[in-house]
Design a protein around this ligand. Structure first.
Ligand code: GLV
Length: 336
């Protein structure tokens, strides 16, 4: 197949199979040479004159960036979440936005359970204890944690990832509650999950796990009031987006032991942490690793590239976030 006469930019190195797809198909492919997020002024320059951009959740793609990329047909996000992109502004400019759902569901659900275990059984705390040379022998009262089997798991947002997290509870004979705008019959049938309102879920769950996408309606969905509704023995898990939880309120609740613990893979102002969070023993805080497996990141890279190439070829990409751009482009997506 002849190469597309297209000028493509990748905002940071991604697994090679994703880059290879682009290089095989397009005449010009530029990749950020630095192993870091581009500064804003660098991003504004880098997107200029491109036909397509493959970007990451750490890139803020707002109206100014979209204007700098005038003539660009697609911003292909290498992430399922796309709160980093002003989709309305992209749609207004007839720029397609794509994301990478599905391929990271299992990895993110697995990591959620890793956090659940780590927080409930105090694994990082115990690991630090051993390394510090403080382990002087088995002790009946050493680092007692929370039971997991037979307890109640509350899922906030029973979409792809929330459902996958809930299904993994089967081995642990758990009661599953979920809060979602829509009923999830498959989940109800699979694990007997019960759909409840948010307050009931917070009041009755031993583990509260957040799986909503970030938008104006979910920012600070879990704040001081919601944390106060949780059991003092409960553990909060967040592998969605940091701003869904009011991190300052969470630090206060953890410090005062108003809830027992938290497992957070995401933070309100990444990569910064709310003051006090890093000092808390009852918080487990990996650096946004939900999808960080070799296989998953490779699938995300190739899916993002596939989405991007589909738009350049005038086809409907597998994961188009703003299908309205189709309606405004009679001859395919954002064709000139
Ligand atoms: C990761 O956080 C993603 O949205 O893919």
């Amino acid at each position: 197949m002849p190469k597309l006469d297209a000028n493509v930019y990748v905002t940071r190195a991604i697994p090679q199979p994703g880059i290879d797809l682009l290089v095989e198909a397009c005449a010009r492919v530029g990749v950020n040479p630095h192993d870091r997020v581009l500064a804003r002024d660098e991003l504004l320059v880098a997107v200029r004159g491109r036909d397509a951009v493959l970007c990451l959740l750490t890139d803020t793609i707002d109206a100014a960036v979209l204007d700098a990329a005038a003539g660009c047909k697609v911003f292909a996000n290498c992430a399922v979440g796309y709160n980093n992109i002003d989709v309305a502004a992209a749609t207004a400019r007839r720029i397609a936005v794509t994301n990478t759902p599905g391929v990271l569901t299992d990895a993110t659900a697995d990591l959620t359970w890793a956090l659940l275990f780590a927080a409930a059984r105090r694994i990082p705390e115990g690991d630090r204890y051993t390394r510090a040379g403080r382990f002087t022998g088995w002790s009946p009262m050493l680092l007692l944690g929370a039971d997991i089997s037979g307890r109640t798991l509350g899922i906030i947002g029973a979409g792809r990832i929330g459902t996958a997290v809930a299904l993994r509870s089967r081995g642990f004979r758990m009661r599953v509650l979920y809060f979602d705008q829509v009923q999830n019959e498959a989940l109800e049938q699979a694990v007997g999950a019960q759909r409840v309102d948010l307050d009931t879920l917070l009041r009755e769950s031993d583990f509260v796990s957040v799986h909503v996408s970030l938008d104006a309606t979910t920012r600070h969905l879990i704040g001081a009031r919601e944390l106060a509704a949780m059991k003092p023995t409960a553990i909060l898990l967040n592998t969605s987006r940091g701003p869904v939880v009011d991190e300052a309120a969470l630090v206060a609740a953890l410090r005062e032991r108003r809830i027992a613990g938290a497992g957070l893979d995401v933070f309100e102002d990444e990569p910064r942490l709310a003051p006090g969070l890093a000092e808390l023993d009852n918080a487990v805080i990996p650096p946004h690793l939900g999808s960080a497996t070799i296989g998953t990141r490779t699938r995300m890279a190739t899916l993002a590239a596939t989405n991007l190439l589909a738009v350049l070829r005038g086809e409907t990409p597998p994961n188009l976030v703003n299908p309205e751009v189709l309606a405004s482009a009679p001859d395919g997506i954002a064709q000139e």
